[in-house]
Design a protein around this ligand. Structure first.
Ligand SMILES: [Zn+2]
Length: 319
C-alpha cells in the first residue's frame, strides 16, 4: 500500500491538514529540489506542492501514461469533437493572441485532440500540423485528412528549429515530465518562436472540492504561480503574455453553453445569458462563500524562445 493511501486512513481531507508522516522525498520536475507538502488525495494518488517553487504534482506517478489517460475518461472522438466545436470562440482567441507576435509560419499543436485548433490555425494562414497519442482521436484526424501523427515530440521525429509556434492546450497537466517535454519543444522551436499553453494553475494551496474531479492521475501536474517563470529561466524563454481566469468562471461559462431540460436551471441560465456581468461576480461569490482564498485558475501563457545571451524574464502583460 502506498503512503498516499495512509492519508485517508489518517482522515486527511482538505487543503491545509497535514499528515503526521512525511511523504517520500521526490524531486520536483520543475525546480529539481526535493521536499513537498501533501495537499489532498484522489484515486489513491496524492497531490503535493513543492516547498521550493510552489509547483503542484502527483505522487506516485501511474506506472504507465496510458493508465493515467484511461482513468481520465477520454471521451470518444465524436463527443470530443463536439466539445472542441463548442470552444471554437476560445480557439479563435488563441490564434489571435499568437498573431500579435507571429503572423504566420509552421504551427505544431501537441495533443491536438480532434484537430479543431489545428484547423483554426490553418484557416488563419499557418502551416499547421499536430500530434495525438490517443489512437481513436488520431484515426479521426487522419480520416479527416488532417496532418496529424501519433508520435511523442520527445521521439525526435521533428527537425531542430522547424516550428514558429508550438501549442499545448490542456496538455501540460498530462505531461509525465514537463522538463523533458520542454527540452524537446525548445529544440524544435525556432529562435523567436512562441509556445502557447493553456492549463490549470493553483495558488498557495488547492481545494479538493473546488472542482468535481481533479482528474488525477490522468492529470499529473498543476502549475503554481511561479511554474512558468521557472521553466522560462531554465529553458531561456521570455514570458510574453499571461491571462488568468477563475476556474469557477470557466466552469460556469461551459455550463451556460448548453440548454437544460430542468425549467429552474434553464431559467437561471436565461438570466445569466441576459446579464453577462453575472458570470464575473457569481464565481467570486462562490469562492468567498466556500472559503477558497487561493482559488484555482485557468491560465493562458505565451513564451518566446530567445538567444541565450538575451534570455531572461520579461513580463509584458499580466492579469
Ligand atoms: Zn519545485
Amino acid at each position: 500500500m502506498c503512503k498516499c493511501m495512509k492519508l485517508s486512513e489518517m482522515g486527511i481531507g482538505e487543503h491545509d491538514r497535514r499528515p503526521s508522516r512525511a511523504i517520500p522525498l521526490v524531486a520536483c520536475d520543475i525546480c529539481g529540489q526535493k521536499g513537498a507538502q501533501p495537499i489532498f488525495e484522489e484515486n489513491g494518488h496524492s497531490l503535493v506542492r513543492c516547498n521550493h517553487c510552489g509547483h503542484f504534482f502527483v505522487i506516485p506517478l501511474p506506472t504507465e501514461m496510458t493508465s493515467g489517460f484511461a482513468l481520465d475518461g477520454q471521451s470518444p472522438p465524436a463527443i470530443h469533437k463536439k466539445n472542441e466545436l463548442s470552444r471554437l470562440r476560445i480557439f479563435d482567441e488563441y490564434v489571435r493572441m499568437v498573431k500579435r507576435y507571429i503572423s504566420g509560419g509552421r504551427w505544431l499543436d501537441i495533443g491536438c485532440g480532434c484537430g479543431t485548433l489545428l484547423a483554426t490555425a490553418k484557416s488563419n494562414g499557418f502551416d499547421a500540423v499536430g500530434t495525438e497519442v490517443d489512437k481513436r482521436r488520431l484515426d479521426y484526424c487522419q480520416a479527416a485528412s488532417l496532418p496529424v501523427i501519433g508520435e511523442e515530440i520527445t521521439s525526435k521525429i521533428f527537425k531542430a528549429e522547424s516550428f514558429d509556434v508550438i501549442s499545448l492546450i490542456n496538455v501540460f497537466s498530462h505531461l509525465r515530465c514537463p522538463s523533458v517535454t520542454f527540452e524537446a519543444i525548445t529544440r524544435i522551436l525556432k529562435s523567436g518562436g512562441v509556445i502557447l499553453i493553456a492549463t490549470s494553475e493553483c495558488g498557495k494551496t488547492a481545494y479538493k472540492n473546488e472542482v468535481t474531479s481533479w482528474g488525477i492521475p490522468g492529470h499529473l501536474h498543476f502549475a503554481g504561480p511561479k511554474t512558468f517563470k521557472m521553466l522560462a529561466v531554465r529553458f531561456s524563454l521570455n514570458v510574453f503574455y499571461v491571462k488568468r481566469e477563475l476556474s469557477q468562471k470557466v466552469i460556469l461559462c461551459e455550463k451556460l453553453a448548453y440548454d437544460s431540460e430542468r425549467p429552474l436551471i434553464q431559467g437561471l441560465k436565461f438570466i445569466f445569458r441576459r446579464f453577462p456581468r453575472l458570470t464575473e461576480f457569481a464565481p467570486r461569490i462562490i469562492c468567498l462563500k466556500r472559503g477558497y482564498r487561493h482559488p484555482r485558475q485557468e491560465v493562458v501563457v505565451i513564451l518566446q524562445k530567445v538567444c541565450r545571451q538575451k534570455a531572461g524574464l520579461e513580463l509584458i502583460r499580466g492579469q
